[in-house]
Write a protein that binds this ligand. Structure first.
Ligand SMILES: [Zn+2]
Length: 111
C-alpha cells in the first residue's frame, strides 16, 4: 500500500462518493432537471475545483466503474487516460492493472 497509483485511486474514490451523495440529495429534492454541481474527481486530495454536468451525463459516467470526471488539466496521465473532453470537465479512464482494480473495488454501485 501507499504507492502513487493507490493514493490517486483512493482519493478519486472519495470524491466519487461525495458526488454520489450530491446526486442523492438532488434526487431527494427533485432537482434532477437542474445541472449537478459536483466536485472534481481527480487524485489530488486537496483539490477544491467544481464541475457541472447534467443528471443524464452523470448517470452515463457512473455506469462505467473505471471512469471519473475531472476539471480540465487535473488528469494523472500516468495512471489514467482522457477519453472525452466536455464543456468544463474531462472524462478519464483508469489504466488497466492496479488503477483499474482500485476503481472497481471502490465503486459504490458495484456488486
Ligand atoms: Zn481536481
Amino acid at each position: 500500500m501507499g504507492s502513487r497509483e493507490e493514493r490517486i485511486g483512493l482519493n478519486e474514490a472519495v470524491f466519487r462518493e461525495v458526488n454520489e451523495r450530491i446526486e442523492d440529495l438532488a434526487e431527494g429534492f427533485a432537482l434532477t432537471s437542474q445541472p449537478l454541481d459536483l466536485v472534481c474527481e481527480c487524485g489530488d486530495a486537496s483539490c477544491r475545483e467544481r464541475i457541472t454536468m447534467s443528471h443524464g451525463e452523470y448517470e452515463q459516467l457512473r455506469s462505467e466503474s473505471h471512469r471519473f470526471a475531472v476539471y480540465p488539466g487535473h488528469e494523472a496521465t500516468d495512471v489514467e487516460a482522457i477519453v472525452e473532453r466536455r464543456d468544463g470537465y474531462d472524462i478519464v479512464e483508469k489504466e488497466t492493472g492496479a488503477p483499474e482494480r482500485i476503481a472497481e473495488q471502490t465503486d459504490p454501485r458495484a456488486g
